[in-house]
Design a protein around this ligand. Sequence first.
Ligand code: DGL
Length: 261
Amino acid sequence: MIGIFDSGIGGLTTVKAIMEKLPGYDIVYFGDTARTPYGTKSCGTVINYSLENSKLLMEKGAKLIIMACNTASSVATEKVKENFDTPVFEVISPAVKRALKESRKKQIGIIGTRGTIKSNVYEKMIKGFDKSASVFSEPCPLLVPLVEEGWTERPETAMIVKKYIQPLKVRQIDTLVLGCTHYPVLKDVIQRKAGKRVKLIDSAEAVTDEVVNFLQENPDFDKSLSKNGKTDFFVSDVTEQFKITARSIIKKRIELKHIEI
Ligand code: DGL
């Protein structure tokens, strides 16, 4: 079973990508909706939550963990890898590799939560691969609540996206990393505001390709994963709005089961 967690329901963008690229693989998802957002919390708290979420997924039968949250990936990857003897995937490095591959001018913009942007993880990693690259980052703290509320088509959301993207446009970025797994839900409006020449990098898609490659390279491990087309969605708080938003991301009726963490 593939275990996937996020601070809320944004990580469902990764579930959707996994369902498309690895159809039939059993998936267990945990969205920590009771404690979302993570982007405004301290590193220590996000590390503790990430360890608890991984433990829960393992207890539900996960054999591989995807930290489908940039905020958790940016501060808690090492600790989760240390504590669980199972393949652990984070969303930062796949997005970085893809951005460097796609960017011609190496003028790369990053948008993410305050926590992710403050950690500077994207900039450090990009520069580690290519010193000549220029990286421009913008925290976008209002976007996660707008996605969780389902405000994807509202004019207010478009205005806020425009405000966040403007400083990056001024820097003439040619590539923009959606450094939060909630943001693919706003891909259309982000693309419109960034301009069609800017290549968007979706961290949910990038990590999915990394998992697919890993399974191809490790056929024995791949065989050990169950493939009965079973998907379980657990959340630490269920509200009507979470249900509506979750269905609009996955594009089908899903049941969100409440679980205490
Ligand atoms: N989807 C999470 C991320 O990728 C959102 C973080 C939050 O809860 O603030 O960063």
